[in-house]
Design a protein. Sequence first.
Length: 236
Amino acid sequence: MSQRRGRFVAAAGTAAFITLAPALGAAQEAEGGALPRTPWGHPVLQGIWTSSTYTPLERPDTLADQAELSEEELAELNTLLTAEGVDPLRARSVLAAETEEERLERMRQTQENIHYDNSIWLREPQPRRLTTRRTSLIVDPPDGRIPPLVPTAQEREALRRAESRWLIQNIDPQSFDSHETRTLQERCLVWRHEGPPMLPPSYNDLTQILQTEDYVVIMQEMRENDARIIPLDGRP
């Protein structure tokens, strides 16, 4: 569970990825490895979960032929990512770095860049890190990339990007500035990571799952909307 661009909704059915990990109070494995179940026989999902990871959704071009990092590469990167002075927002693209110098540049907050001071106020007791040797959250297709859009969708995406650029840079010709040309995130309707599919946000990455015999409720820490309530009686 764990949009980058407008492609997410179209690709949600073809790209598979895994990000949730148990955090505080998450369901624990029963003795003997048996799957824990509720009194009514459903698998136990409820608890506090985290999607905290630097593993990117798509595999960077720099690692096009490498599905996994070695244990040594993973350990080295996590040592760098959890060091003091790392800006958690800048470090998200660390795997796309082509050189050691570029990698450090992507992670470190400069002394001049203290407006938000992300290396302090986004720092957590357990610093974010790479949570897997995989070089992408997407596991299918095997190249770790979202499949390309069909031609008609590519045309719509190009038009959307052009309109957005006209509005931001005040370039003629401009389309009428209305809700149709503003993103759902800018309109405070849905954050990109809220999905579908749900993805790791930049911070505030906890998710609480509650369940009853008839419903499962998903509450994201970083959200624009109320809890996602999922009925279990076959309704869509």
